[in-house]
Design a binder for this molecule. Structure first.
Ligand SMILES: *[C@@H]1O[C@H](CO)[C@@H](O)[C@H](O)[C@H]1NC(C)=O
Length: 297
C-alpha cells in the first residue's frame, strides 16, 4: 500500500478555531464568535466554500463500496487541470502512474455517495514537477482531464490564487481533505477542515524531510490529532492558495504539519496549467476569471 493512502486525520470532535473570513481576508475575534454560533446552529461552516475547489482522486473502480477507491485530494486550477501532490501519482522509483488508471470526482461533498457521470472526469495526462524530490521538495503534479469541467457549476470552482501571497508567521490558515477520522481509522465521508497557524521553520525540525526552502511549517490550532496529510489537499490562507499537503511523517503525535510552499512552485504550476489548458478550453477558462488578478489563470 502506498503512502498515498496515508491521509490527514483529525479527531471527529474537531473544534474550529479562528475562521478565515473569505470576504475580507482578515481575522478577528468577532468572526470567531460568529463562527461558534454558526456551528451551534448547524449551518455549514464558512470553510465550506473551499470544498468547491476540491476533487477526490480515485482509481477507476471501487472495491466494496462507492468511494473506497479515493486516495488523494486535488485542487482545481483551471477547467481542465488539477493540482495535487507528486507523491500521489508516483511510486518510490519516481515512475508516474498511468493516467488512464485514474479519475477525479468534483462537486463531491460526500465521498461515499454515488456521483453522476458528469461529475467525474478521466485523466488524460500527468505532469510531475521536473525537480521533484520525494518527501522533500517540489512535491507537485498536474493532472490534465480528458474533458473540461463546465464553467457554470456554482459548487465547482478553481482555487483562488494571489501572486506572491505573503504567508507570515502567526497567520491562521485552514487545510482540508477527506482524511481518516482518527489514526488508522476510516476516511471521512465529508471533507474535514483543520485550522493551522504558520510557524517558523524550527518548529518543524521533527519533520524528517522538512526543507526550509520550499516547505511551509504549521501547527494545528486545536487538538485536531494530525496524521500525515490528506495528500494533495490545499493550505488556504486568507482565502488564497498557499500550500499543498505533501508527503509527511506517519501519525506520530508531532504537533507540526508541513506543506509544500505554493509560492515556491507557483511559476511552474502556472506555466504547466496554461500549457495543458491551452487548446480548446480557453473560452471556458475565461468564465473562471471574474476577478482577473486573483483567480488562478
Ligand atoms: C515560500 O516561497 C516563496 C518563494 O520562494 C518565499 O518568498 C516565501 O518566503 C516562502 N514562504 C515561506 C513561509 O517559507
Amino acid at each position: 500500500m502506498s503512502d498515498c493512502q496515508l491521509i490527514f486525520c483529525v479527531l471527529l470532535s474537531i473544534q474550529f478555531g479562528a475562521v478565515v473570513d473569505g470576504a475580507r481576508g482578515t481575522f478577528s475575534q468577532s468572526d470567531d464568535d460568529k463562527f461558534q454560533m454558526l456551528i451551534a446552529g448547524g449551518i455549514v461552516p464558512e470553510h465550506g466554500v473551499f470544498v468547491r475547489n476540491l476533487v477526490s482522486i480515485r482509481t477507476l473502480n471501487y472495491i466494496s463500496f462507492h468511494g473506497d477507491n479515493h486516495f488523494c485530494t486535488g485542487v482545481i486550477t483551471s477547467s481542465r487541470t488539477i493540482l495535487t501532490a507528486a507523491h500521489c501519482v508516483t511510486d518510490n522509483h519516481k515512475s508516474i502512474m498511468h493516467p488512464r488508471g485514474l479519475m477525479v470526482i468534483f462537486g463531491a461533498l460526500k465521498r461515499l455517495e454515488r456521483y453522476n457521470e458528469d461529475e467525474s472526469r478521466r485523466v488524460h495526462k500527468i505532469v510531475v514537477h521536473p525537480h521533484y524530490r520525494r518527501y522533500e521538495i517540489n512535491d507537485v503534479a498536474i493532472l490534465q482531464l480528458t474533458t473540461v469541467i463546465p464553467a457554470n457549476l456554482r459548487h465547482v470552482k478553481p482555487v483562488i490564487k494571489r501572486k506572491r501571497l505573503a504567508v507570515t508567521e502567526g497567520m491562521k490558515c485552514v487545510t482540508m481533505g477527506w482524511g481518516q477520522v482518527y489514526p488508522h481509522g476510516p476516511y471521512a465521508d465529508e471533507v474535514m477542515f483543520l485550522d493551522v497557524i504558520i510557524r517558523p521553520p524550527q518548529h518543524c525540525k521533527k519533520q524528517k524531510y522538512f526543507k526550509k526552502e520550499g516547505n511551509i511549517c504549521t501547527e494545528p490550532i486545536n487538538e485536531g490529532q494530525v496524521c500525515p496529510g490528506d495528500l494533495g489537499g490545499p493550505l488556504i490562507c486568507q482565502s488564497y492558495m498557499a500550500g499543498i499537503i505533501g508527503a509527511s511523517m506517519g501519525c506520530q503525535g508531532i504537533n507540526s504539519i508541513k506543506f509544500i510552499n505554493f509560492s515556491y512552485v507557483e511559476d511552474w504550476v502556472e506555466k504547466t496549467v496554461l500549457a495543458l489548458s491551452a487548446n480548446r478550453c480557453k473560452i471556458s477558462l475565461l468564465f473562471y476569471f471574474p476577478f482577473v488578478t486573483h483567480i488562478i489563470f
